[in-house]
Design a protein. Structure first.
Length: 78
């Protein structure tokens, strides 16, 4: 769930703070909000990373039809 995944991100933030000897000054709610947002951003990044290899050609075709991109642009995304 989102809550469990954000707990993992919170643990990572806490470990990073300890590694760099930084004292946490944010409240619990701010920490949890940041952890949830970072979790959502990572989820979106994973989804994009999984979808682009499959639908990348179709997506670049749609974009190039609107923006009149040169044909070499399509090679970059393949």
């Amino acid at each position: 769930t989102l809550w469990s995944a954000s707990n993992a991100v919170s643990a990572f933030i806490k470990a990073t703070n300890e590694a760099y000897d930084v004292e946490e000054t944010r409240s619990f709610f701010a920490q949890k909000g940041i952890a949830i947002l970072l979790t959502l951003f990572m989820l979106v990044a994973v989804i994009i990373a999984l979808v682009l290899p499959i639908f990348g050609g179709t997506i670049i075709d749609m974009i190039s039809s609107f923006m009149n991109l040169p044909s070499q642009t399509e090679i970059i995304f393949q």
